[in-house]
Design a protein around this ligand. Sequence first.
Ligand SMILES: C[S@@+](CC[C@H](N)C(=O)[O-])C[C@H]1O[C@@H](n2cnc3c(N)ncnc32)[C@H](O)[C@@H]1O
Ligand SMILES: [Zn+2]
Length: 190
Amino acid sequence: MSLVRIQPRAFLICLIRVARLLPHMTVRKTPDIRVEPVRNGHGIVALKAFRPGDLVCAIKGTIVSSDQVWKYWDTNPRMAANCMRYDADRYLNPEGEVGAFANHSCQPNSFVLKEGRRLVIRAIKPIAAHDEVTHDYATLIGADDIWKMRCNCGEPRCRKTVQSFHKLPAGLLRKYKALGAIPDFILSTP
Ligand SMILES: C[S@@+](CC[C@H](N)C(=O)[O-])C[C@H]1O[C@@H](n2cnc3c(N)ncnc32)[C@H](O)[C@@H]1O
Ligand SMILES: [Zn+2]
């Protein structure tokens, strides 16, 4: 009987490939949140209750230029779609971090805010343990961003298409502005 010898290098390459297929498994878990299967793929799920205003987590990642995001559209569209606007002309790429699993809802229980140099997720409604933590992607999509998404959030008031903040229904836009949910660098996009 002959045994097939697996070279350590081949084994390592295999492990890296599997990890790329299962990105949620490579995300570090925190005591407060975890990445789990949800309605729309994987999402961030609360492991404890949050009150309105509580910090859910900081969104870590790499700050990249808008030119870099255009390149991702050719090489890795999933990564491109996950990039979040960080300022007038830069984006945060949350690859490998929990922010890469933050799903959208048209009736979100959190917002992504810029606090100092960090993007953070803060609760805007009470979030119970086991609830999915969602935000409204439109609050981070500038008037000059062309990205759109067909929404499957399942909420009764789902807008069906998620796109730039300036296309939000007038009443919702007023409400989000009053709550300070739309960063200035988004509001001032041309
Ligand atoms: C930041 S990732 C979130 C993690 C993603 N659910 C996954 O499993 O990898 C953003 C992507 O999730 C999907 N997504 C998030 N919210 C959604 C929603 N409300 N309806 C449909 N797709 C959604 C879209 O494919 C979107 O480009
Ligand atoms: Zn929706």
